[in-house]
Design a protein around this ligand. Structure first.
Ligand SMILES: Nc1nc2c(ncn2[C@@H]2O[C@H](COP(=O)(O)OP(=O)(O)OP(=O)(O)O)[C@@H](O)[C@H]2O)c(=O)[nH]1
Ligand SMILES: [Zn+2]
Length: 420
């Protein structure tokens, strides 16, 4: 039965249609063609067409609800996709047709307007989950690198003004639940039930619709910045530099000196530009996983706990303090992270700007070869961030110069709260 979403009747959840085994638009994850795979339909303008759990826009679906509540937006509004198509061709790549290779995004997400043009024209509300556009970046660290003659403009990748020409890609998460469960080594039913319970019962269809196995989670996605020729990403003869970075708003945007996030990110951009200038390409993947996916409130609580503990902020208790507050040291679980690189068709990274063993292992275990790991240059570690970097080295992060021993670790101290 279909209940229009504009009645006063509230439908708490849906159930599989009795007597029918096939949806009008069934999803066959990893199928050989987009038509066989089927469109991801998460819009609420026609509930009968929906073939996924959740709604488009991740957390922004809540702002859409506010806009509609405030009568600023027509709830039946549909996007006019004229001229919104990608500025660069990405795929299809073989990885798109392996149901286990990509499980956390829709590989056809940027092409939805084209590959499902007929369905859209016939009135089905299909929306892109990926957008590909172009930009110029201008950041002070790159201007400084030019001033120090580490980079020179070439007029294509890097301009005399310091502008960097990039292709940038916004990716909303689309989770194929059986594949996500497999990555985390749990059963599909346990995963669905835990997602249902831990979101306070936000998505009842996780438990009432076993026939629907794709979920649009209310979380942030990723942005990819590509320097150089996009075609280089799938050309084995051309080199790729890459930094996979997890959001740290305090450092990335505001320059807080308690961690290495912005300096490492900027070093990553510099290396990407260099690789693009010599015929390869550079890739920055920026994941919205603030505070190791524990959120900024948790992170700031942790900062206080670190600074106020007996003996002050110490590298030896760096991870412990996060676990005390959050119940876990790190909730990023990098096993979904490689998906976006597989979506781009990347098979080898020549220079990976990361010391994280978790990122490295997730990438190599997913089949991406890593030729060289590039640690953050020591001179880029900000004053209060030695606690973080030494704790990471002791915990198994990549460090060609060796990790500190217990005494060395205990000696690394951060700034006291009174000194800010
Ligand atoms: N919860 C918590 N998060 C932190 C703390 N310090 C930094 N972070 C977060 O840790 C994450 C660091 O991510 P990245 O910069 O990608 O670094 P990484 O994965 O540790 O390793 P690299 O790739 O070597 O830089 C960001 O999400 C930060 O917001 C802390 O004390 N507690
Ligand atoms: Zn940080």
């Amino acid at each position: 039965m279909t209940t229009p979403n504009r009645t006063t009747h509230i439908r708490l959840t849906s159930h599989p249609e009795p007597g029918t085994s096939t949806h009008r638009f069934p999803l066959r994850w990893g199928a050989a063609t987009p038509k066989e795979r089927g469109p991801v339909i998460g819009s609420v303008t026609n509930p009968a067409d929906r073939n996924v759990i959740g709604a488009h826009g991740g957390a922004y679906s809540l702002y859409r609800a506010l806009a509609i509540s405030a009568r600023a937006m027509n709830p039946l509004a549909r996007p006019d996709l004229t001229n919104t198509h990608p500025t660069a061709g990405i795929g299809p790549h073989p990885s798109w047709f392996d149901p286990d290779r990509i499980v956390s995004l829709d590989p056809w997400g940027h092409m939805a307007g084209e590959v499902f043009a007929e369905e859209i024209a016939s009135g089905v509300d299909i929306r892109p989950t990926i957008a590909v556009t172009k930009a110029r970046l201008n950041v002070p660290e790159i201007l400084a690198a030019m001033g120090a003659k580490r980079l020179s403009p070439d007029g294509t990748v890097l301009h005399a003004s310091g502008d960097i020409s990039v292709t940038k890609v916004a990716v909303d998460p689309v989770w194929h639940l059986p594949g996500i469960a497999q990555r985390f080594g749990v059963s599909d039913s346990v995963l669905r039930r835990t997602l249902f319970e831990q979101t306070g019962g936000m998505y009842p269809e996780l438990v009432t619709r076993p026939d629907m196995n794709v979920f649009l989670p209310p979380i942030g996605g990723a942005t990819v910045y590509i320097m150089g020729d996009v075609a280089a990403l799938t050309d084995d003869k051309r080199r790729i530099a890459c930094r996979v970075h997890d959001e740290c708003n305090g450092s990335d945007v505001f320059g807080s000196d308690i961690c290495t996030c912005r300096p490492y990110l900027m070093h990553g951009i510099e290396e990407c530009v260099r690789e693009a200038q010599t015929g390869g390409a550079g890739v920055i993947v920026y994941n919205r996983k603030e505070g190791r996916a524990l959120g900024e409130v948790t992170k700031f609580l942790v900062y206080n706990a670190r600074k106020r503990q007996e003996g002050g902020d110490q590298a030896s208790t760096y991870f412990e303090r996060t676990e005390c507050v959050a119940g876990v040291q790190d909730a990023r679980f990098q096993q979904l992270m490689p998906d976006v690189l597989h979506w781009l068709g990347i098979r080898r990274i020549d220079r990976l700007m990361s010391m994280s063993n978790m990122k490295h292992d997730a990438l190599t275990e997913s089949g991406i070869e890593i030729v060289e790991r590039v640690p953050i240059p020591p001179e880029l570690v900000p004053p209060d961030a030695s606690v973080e970097i030494e704790a990471k080295k002791a915990a198994g992060y990549y460090t060609p110069d060796g990790a500190p021993d217990a005494d060395g670790l205990a000696a690394v101290k951060g700034r006291d709260l009174e000194k800010f």
